[in-house]
Design a protein around this ligand. Structure first.
Ligand SMILES: [Zn+2]
Length: 109
């Protein structure tokens, strides 16, 4: 029997599963209270997700997770970045409205 997981652990598992699928290798995945954004990705490979993202629906979680993980391959929101978003999270543009900061989900312009 599979043991029940806390939402934060589910979010972490989901992120690891996406990292495998996208063939990226974040150095660290951490959860942290973030009031003004849902996630971020540092140039050193640390992906940070907002703790309360775990309470959002799975589709929105995927949107934020894929966005941040893709930054490990594409630093900017260029054409290839958007093509990859559309491939993996079809309809992702509709989810942009749920961004917290009015910019990118990770706070970049
Ligand atoms: Zn971004």
């Amino acid at each position: 029997m599979r043991s029940p997981l806390y939402p934060a652990e589910e979010l972490r598992r989901r992120t690891v599963a996406w990292a495998v699928k996208l063939r990226v290798n974040p150095r660290v995945v951490r959860l942290q209270d973030m009031r003004r954004k849902w996630g971020s990705c540092s140039s050193r490979g640390t992906v940070t997700l907002a703790t309360d993202l775990a309470e959002q629906d799975g589709r929105f979680q995927d949107f934020v997770i894929v966005h941040e993980l893709l930054h490990l391959r594409f630093p900017t929101h260029g054409r290839l970045f958007k093509v990859m978003m559309t491939t993996h999270v079809p309809g992702w543009r509709a989810l942009e409205a749920r961004r917290r900061d009015g910019a990118g989900v990770n706070g970049d312009p």
